[in-house]
Design a protein around this ligand. Structure first.
Ligand SMILES: NC(=O)c1ccc[n+]([C@@H]2O[C@H](COP(=O)([O-])OP(=O)(O)OC[C@H]3O[C@@H](n4cnc5c(N)ncnc54)[C@H](O)[C@@H]3O)[C@@H](O)[C@H]2O)c1
Length: 346
């Protein structure tokens, strides 16, 4: 049994807690959180932009610490699950690796590329695994298309466009702070940057056109260039100020023999879905049943991948630190391109 210590009982800590209950071979044995109410098991004030609200949680059999640093010495803990704010990820992950723990760290991996490099190096030096919680690849529609693309059934990838746009997240006080959260590219688009890196490899250059809010890119469209010039890959991401549509994401992916389309938008009154469709070269519209499920399910699949990788002593191709580091590089390059108004080499 793999034993986990959870650092940070906020929105993500709650969702991870729910996910651990669904996965065998791994169990939560410790938590750390400075908020005394939450450390006592009263998680009712936790609310995020998806999933159920927090509940009363029985922590009587779980070791409790007010600071994640105290949890690192707990010999019962094999994995530190870092659900801390983004600015704390690198210091926590490095300290956990140095304490001889595997690390599962929420996205974004860290705020700077240098921090990401240090995290990878610390895990390698300790001979421990580092997983970055890029859960998008485990959402049913995304998981389905990744599998189909890898199967080769519809031929070579030609490109795609990836969308992630939100209204101003007024509840996230640090969102626009470069040193604490990083803004829309680092906190939001990083999901698609990771997916683009996973599907197409590392771009050789990119060009972004966008709007800045202060020094932070508020909204931008990006074209990614690859050594294979036939790949046409783009993204649209950012914040628009109208509060009527708090969240939308989706994609259109082109292959030689099919187009894959999906979009979900959360409007203020209700969510609307354009379910996943595979449009084939002979005119079929295939609507795969990918299943409705509760919010913790994709996180449970992500954690299942962590269990498999630790048991096999093999790094995860999807959750590796190297891939997540590249996603952070792509976010910073887009900022550079918007600020300079030109093509940026990678
Ligand atoms: N994968 C996703 O879909 C997704 C969604 C939302 C957030 N996230 C990411 O998850 C991470 C956490 O976000 P969140 O919304 O849960 O934040 P949050 O602010 O709700 O939770 C962070 C928690 O860490 C605690 N904390 C602070 N210092 C600590 C310390 N020294 N020791 C232990 N705990 C400490 C805070 O008190 C807080 O409860 C962020 O990186 C965020 O980007 C991912």
């Amino acid at each position: 049994m793999i034993r986990v210590g959870l650092a940070g009982i906020g929105f993500m800590g709650w969702i991870h807690y729910l996910a651990y209950k669904k996965v065998s071979g791994i169990e939560l044995v410790a938590v750390s959180e400075p908020n005394e109410k939450r450390l006592s098991g009263d998680w009712r004030d936790i609310k995020g932009n998806f999933g159920p609200p927090g509940e009363m949680v029985d922590l009587s059999k779980i070791a409790r610490y007010t600071d994640y640093r105290d949890m690192l010495a707990d010999k019962n803990v094999d994995v530190i699950d870092c659900c801390l704010p983004p600015s704390m990820h690198s210091q926590a992950a490095i300290a956990a690796s140095q304490a001889g723990k595997h690390v599962l760290c929420e996205k974004p991996m860290a705020l700077t590329t240098a921090e990401c490099d240090d995290m990878v190096q610390a895990a390698n030096a300790a001979g421990k695994q580092l997983f970055i919680g890029h859960v998008l690849a485990f959402f049913p529609e995304y998981a389905h298309v990744i599998e189909l693309i890898r199967s080769g059934k519809y031929g070579k990838l030609l490109g795609g466009t990836f969308k992630r746009v939100i209204s101003d997240p007024a509840w996230m006080t640090d969102f626009w702070d470069e040193k604490r959260c990083g803004g829309p590219l680092i906190d939001l688009h990083v999901h698609d940057a990771h997916l683009i890196r996973l599907l197409f490899g590392m771009p050789s250059s990119l060009i972004s056109v966008g709007r800045l809010r202060g020094d932070i890119v508020e909204y931008c469209n990006t074209m990614f260039h690859f050594s294979d010039p036939s790949l046409v890959v783009s993204s649209v991401m950012g914040v628009v100020n109208q509060q009527g549509r708090p969240f939308t994401h989706g994609f259109e992916i082109h292959l030689e023999k099919a187009t894959m389309h999906y979009e979900f938008a959360g409007f203020q009154d209700k969510g609307e879905l354009m379910p996943l469709k595979i449009l084939t070269e002979d005119g079929q519209v295939i609507r795969p049943e990918v299943g409705g499920e509760d919010a913790a399910e994709p996180f449970a699949r992500e954690i299942t991948e962590v269990v498999k990788s630790i048991e096999a002593s093999q790094p995860s191709a999807t959750l590796s630190g190297d891939l997540a580091r590249d996603a952070i590089v792509l976010c910073h390059k887009q900022t550079e391109s918007v600020r300079t108004g030109g093509l940026v080499r990678i």
